[in-house]
Design a protein around this ligand. Structure first.
Ligand code: NAP
Length: 283
């Protein structure tokens, strides 16, 4: 049976550590504060924003939410970001994506001050990650690395294959694995002979967005399989990009969905907010 990489348990352990550090920050006069901007009424985004708020409050952090109407203008949004950039009590700012189509996401990402960019989407933070001098780590890939670390899996010298090249998951995932000394291949929709490439992986990360895309014949016996996907199966039930029932007997370690990578993402967001707040502490 494969080792189950339990994101709920790891997330709870990391949050306990964060809570202790939040308490220490508060003792020194700084309450870590996160501002979350939500534009429009996308139900999935609303759930994510609620979960971020709950996580903040549970850790003793300040949580501020800005729920803006779907017809908010670019100027209004940029003004809000500019005012949050100036606030001393707000250490992290994030704008829940995707934004309504009339708004320019990139402009908003660029407008968030890099030292408050707790999602690590700003080009400054992306570039820092690229050159191996990261400030904030992108939350989902950082959550995967934490799961590997606490699961006793060292990527050094291993062959890692990442399926997916999005800016949010695939690309930064590949960079973090590279920084951990894995030999990394990134696959995407134009990759030829995908299954054969995947079968070479000691660590296979699926970030595709297609239910049960990774089947047992794509996995080398004994591989570590990380499932970032949050998809719906034919019955509307939450599932991942990996066919868990078929792949689990082949893998040496695997993340479930739900309860794998998902819980780690918000935890790493909390960690970034704490890091941002700690940077403002006076000696
Ligand atoms: P995305 O932006 O849609 O990117 C999907 C990637 O998969 C693209 O690079 C695409 O290739 C590639 N792809 C699509 N079909 C493929 C195929 N047939 N063969 C090989 N590659 C293929 O999605 P994302 O934002 O990275 O998210 C990926 C999944 O992770 C989704 O299920 C999402 O819900 C989930 N997710 C989970 C968390 C979490 O906290 N657990 C966080 C973020 C995302 P091209 O570039 O060529 O189009």
């Amino acid at each position: 049976m494969a080792q189950l990489l339990d994101g709920k348990a790891v997330s709870a352990a990391v949050r306990e550590e964060i809570a202790l550090e939040v308490a220490e920050c508060k003792r020194r006069g700084v309450t870590p504060g996160l501002a979350v901007i939500l534009v429009g009424d996308d139900p999935a985004s609303r759930v994510y924003v609620n979960n971020k708020r709950k996580a903040c409050l549970a850790l003793g952090m300040l949580s501020e939410e800005y729920a803006l109407a779907a017809d908010t203008t670019q100027e209004e949004l940029m003004r809000l970001v500019a005012s949050l950039n100036e606030r001393e009590d707000i250490h992290g700012i994030l704008c829940q994506l995707p934004l309504p189509r009339h708004l320019d996401e990139q402009a908003v990402i660029h407008a968030i001050r890099p030292d408050k960019d707790v999602d690590a989407f700003h080009p400054f933070n992306v570039g820092s990650l690229c050159i191996g001098d990261p400030g904030f780590l992108p939350c989902t890939p950082a959550g995967v690395m934490e799961l590997l670390r606490r699961g006793g899996i060292d990527p050094a010298g291993k062959r890692a294959v990442v399926i997916g090249r999005s800016n949010i998951v695939g690309k930064p995932m590949a960079l973090l694995l590279l920084a951990a000394n894995a030999t990394v291949t990134v696959c995407h929709s134009r990759t030829r002979e995908l299954a054969a490439i995947c079968r070479e992986a000691d660590i296979l990360v699926a970030a595709v967005g297609r239910p049960k895309f990774v089947t047992a014949d794509m996995v080398k016996p004994g591989a570590v399989v990380i499932d970032v996907g949050m998809d719906r199966d034919e019955n509307g039930k939450l599932c991942g990009d990996v066919d868990f029932a078929a792949v689990e007997p082949v893998a040496s370690a695997i993340t479930p969905v739900p309860g794998g990578v998902g819980p780690m993402t918000i935890t790493m967001l909390m960690k970034n907010t704490l890091t941002a707040a700690k940077a403002t502490l006076k000696d």
